[in-house]
Design a protein around this ligand. Sequence first.
Ligand code: FCB
Length: 498
Amino acid sequence: MTSRKTWTVILAAAALASCSSDDAAKDAGPSEVTFPPDFMWGSATAAFQVEKGLGNTDWGIWVKTPGKIANGDDPDVGGPDALAHIDADVAVLKAANQNTYRFSIDWARVYPTRDAFDADQADAAAIAAYDELFAALRAAGIRPLVTMQHFTLPDWLSDPREPEEPQGWERPETVPAFETWCRRVAARWGGEVDWWVTINEPLVAPLAGYVQGSFPPGLILKIERALEVGRQEVLGHAKCYDAIKAADTIDADGDGETSWVGIVQHQRAVEPELPDEPADVEAAARVRYLNNLWFINAVVRGDWDDDFDGNLDGPKDRKADPALANRSDYLGINYYSALTASARGLVLPVVDASIRQDRLLTDRPKTDFHWDIYPEGLRVILEEVRPYGLPIVITENGIADSADKNRARYVLEHLFQLGLARESGLDIRGYMYWSLLDNFEWAHGYCPRFGLHTVDRATAARAARPSAAVYANAAKTGKVTRAEIDALPPYGEPTYCE
Ligand code: FCB
């Protein structure tokens, strides 16, 4: 296990990070923040959450399993049906002054069977649909930011009906297959895309799927299997990075680079549940390391901490492995909120901590999803990644707010913090709001409403919420002022969604 010395170093670094950002937050600071003309203003979706007809994925099987999805919601019924509404989505992006759209291309849609994948017989309708999306984006002058894997895997790699069998990333064939998938997508659409994401939130899916049980394969406390998924995703990411670099030879946007390939991490501002309790402070340091730093250390520095213990002394650990290092041209950061760690409660092995990410015992305002609203936390997590020295894109940030009473303030306050981070020397390239549309929020179904736009459950018609205009104005002017934030109503009570 982790030596006391290792954790002391990690704790000291964390204290420094939070100290400097707290000071910055307290400082009244400038009256406005500005963003450069080439800043990427966008919003994000993921295929399974907005498309339909993905029954041949692990998630497609999972949603048909009784009791797994809130209210029995089904992504095939009453969702955005995005591939049938491409013009509508591009129109709302355009109307909201967005110059970037983050979405994922679904592996199982393009290759519905293992045979089709092995023979490289891509599904013609899938190719036509994504071609149409790229053409519409190009015509509207909107840059695509494309994710290769956003939580779902084809059912020929992952089948939650057999949870005891190795799933998805646990199978030895998945990493090489993913490499092939990335190479083919980059070769086919490299002329349209310069900004790529390999894997969305590599640790969220295994923690939800093997520890918490809310994602497929729905297992509880299978920590070792979850960690193995994380390890395989590091390998898959590195292979995918190399494949994209080799296959995407076209500079689509004329910036002199043919591709920017990055990992997307779900970073939380990790806090001790009881700030004055030393055991909780140490628990928070361990969770922060696992959640926020472990994966990045591997794919940026090549530091492979096989046993997740915070040092590189283990028998399988490696420092600066050249097969892993320098495999993220930028860091994609999804930031929503804080989480708390404690030395009490349901203590998970490896991190030796219990973790809570909703209904935190803080006095911060909450979202409809019971998450804390904590804009200053964005700077906390950005300070943690400053040492990596990489460009950063906020690939997701958003709020579940069905009444749209808190979204405008939420967005502007986060953008303000982002502007401060930029002015402090961080190389921030863009901000993607999650989400362009109300969509299928995994185990929670359609209940949480993250969209800048509503989607009529019967007609799939899109309509802008009032906050969309506020975000559109920031994108148009390239700035956010304290005065406009102050003019907004204070945060109101959420409309909790179960
Ligand atoms: C992120 C996911 C995204 C969405 C938001 C709310 O963790 O990447 O698909 O579910 O949370």
